[in-house]
Design a protein around this ligand. Structure first.
Ligand code: BV8
Ligand code: ZN
Length: 252
């Protein structure tokens, strides 16, 4: 029997809930070997985010930004979904109105089997031309470190992610906002809750009556508002929660 204790009242709530929403951040991919952004050894420990994850940064130094994303793509391509991603993928079957919202761009949730993933910050797999917006959905040559140019207009090609100062995809944000407001249970998993508007979602859920749960080895900006806090890696705790729900539902 797993030594991790899950409060009975939380399991009772979960087996009687339909509208369950999970919001994930970089921490859910940490156990897949993908560095987070703000942890001490994180991606931005060496760089200044404004320099890399922004249009200004890209226009100032497109090769540096392109190489940074190519470097991250290489790491992502060698990574596999971890037990945290796989546990979340099982939630689609356990809750009749489940929704997954992510700030991550690595698409490991898709590879773990999650569908209808709401990507607030785009994805690192696809690219588009900054001038004519032609989409390049196949991965541009992994080894092609030099900045590729658009076949149509010879413009610069950029990753299809949302940079700082850029609007989030409107449909994704509206959907995420509505799902959070209507959720009965809201999990905030592996995010420092420092980037907006994503960081608003757990509080929006709480304001509208949801029970909010944080899964993060560290304190975050919203920890004090959480109803439950699991101070451990998502890859450890989420499978235990799933197992307890399945036991109570007689599925195992
Ligand atoms: C926008 C690009 C309108 C893709 C990213 C002042 C107040 C409020 C807002 C702002 C403000 N000033 C500026 C803003 C707006 C700005 C913002 O929020 N800035 C912050 C820094 C204050 N937001 C924007 O610009 C957004 N657009 O608002 O448009 C607008 C327009 C103009 C001007 C104003 C507003 C765009 C935001 C998107 C930016 N793009 N990424 C990429 O390269 O990936 S954000 C980047 O941060 C990633 O997407 C990442 O997902 C996201 C959030 O970070 P986290 O996922 O939380 O990762 P982090 O490292 O921070 O935390 C990891 C956590 O995991 C830690 O807590 C750690 O303890 C935990 N962990 C570690 N291991 C594990 C674990 N947890 C569980 N298990 C483990 N094993
Ligand atoms: Zn073009």
């Amino acid at each position: 029997m797993n030594k991790i204790q899950i409060p009975d009242d939380l399991i009772n709530l979960l087996i009687n809930s339909e509208r369950v929403v999970v919001l994930t951040g970089a921490g859910v991919s940490a156990e897949s070997g993908i560095k987070t952004f703000r942890d001490p050894d994180g991606l931005w420990a060496k760089f200044n985010p404004a320099e890399l994850a922004s249009m200004n940064g890209f226009m100032k130094n497109p090769e540096l930004v392109w190489d940074w994303y190519q470097h991250r793509r290489e790491i992502i391509n060698k990574s596999e979904p971890n037990p945290g991603h796989l546990a979340i993928a099982q939630m689609h079957q356990l809750f009749s109105k489940f929704a997954l919202i992510t700030q991550n761009v690595d698409r490991l949730h898709h590879r773990a089997g999650s569908d209808n993933v709401i990507e607030l910050h785009g994805n690192i797999i696809e690219n588009y031309c900054v001038d004519c917006h032609t989409y390049y959905d196949e991965q541009i040559g992994e080894n092609d470190l030099s900045l590729p140019k658009c076949k149509k207009c010879y413009g610069k090609i950029r990753p299809a992610v949302v940079w700082f100062g850029e609007m989030l995809p409107e449909a994704a944000l509206i959907k995420a906002d509505e799902l959070s407001r209507n959720s009965q249970v809201f999990f905030s998993v592996g995010t420092s809750s420092e980037v907006y508007p994503a960081a608003n979602l757990p509080l929006l859920a709480k304001e509208n009556g949801a029970v909010v749960i944080e899964v993060n080895p560290n304190e975050t900006a919203i920890s004090r508002y959480m109803d439950y806090r699991f101070r451990m890696p998502s890859g450890e705790i989420l499978p235990v929660i799933i197992e307890r729900i399945k036991e109570r539902k007689g599925l195992i």
